[in-house]
Design a protein around this ligand. Sequence first.
Ligand SMILES: [Zn+2]
Ligand SMILES: [Zn+2]
Length: 269
Amino acid sequence: MEYKTLVKRFLYAFLLSGFVFGSIASCAPDDNPERFEPGNRDGALNKLETGESATDLLSSENYKRLVLEMVYVQGYEPTATAVNKLKDFLEERLDKPEGVVVEEYPISLPEGENYSLEQVYELEKKYRSRYTNTKTGEISIFVFFSDRDSDKSKDDRVVLGTAYLNTSCVIYSETIRKLVTKRSALDRATVEGTVIQHEFGHLMGLVNLGSDMQGDHLDENNGHHCTDRDCLMYYQVESGWNLSGGLPGGGIPSLCSDCLADLRYNGGK
Ligand SMILES: [Zn+2]
Ligand SMILES: [Zn+2]
């Protein structure tokens, strides 16, 4: 079973690599040279579906170090508290003997309309500089802190973050700021920290998204989320509903025992 998954993953990566190499060679000769390192030709290992790198993120078998590349629109930098708590969260869960490295930098963008995921991905392609590298044993995650709302946000249900590829996620910082302004019981660092950790939960394969369930806790009606209302992976965490009344216990929710068991079984701590 595990062997089959690996074969599929690498076959997929290989096919993608061939396709993307052809298109980059013909139209983007000035791309970041790091993209052409043989350890991950064209960043193909970073173009898989969400959850497909769960094992590689959790275990130390293929990658010993994690690099987080955090890119924010000028003025929308994440709070230091949220970033530090994310680092602690990852160090507790991931088996990465060479540690977790965080890199943060701003970009400037003109004002505009809300973002579709396609537009976010275009920005990733333009600004991402760190890619997973099999030679150096480094797996990389790209996080974009957005100055605009998601085009999926509605008045009664806002989108606060989305994990959209195996090593990519977007945090809608502007949406979080507006939510916090409206609800005085919430503070920005806690909401931001909660949303980032929730999206990383998806990248780690939760729920049933690359980390096989050890017990049944999949919320069938709400995608790859957990049935436990107090869990970090409960679906309303991402869409801002249960944040409206304040967070449980006032802090960032923890992962429930079922979610923790799935991560451990898939190579995590
Ligand atoms: Zn979610
Ligand atoms: Zn859970």
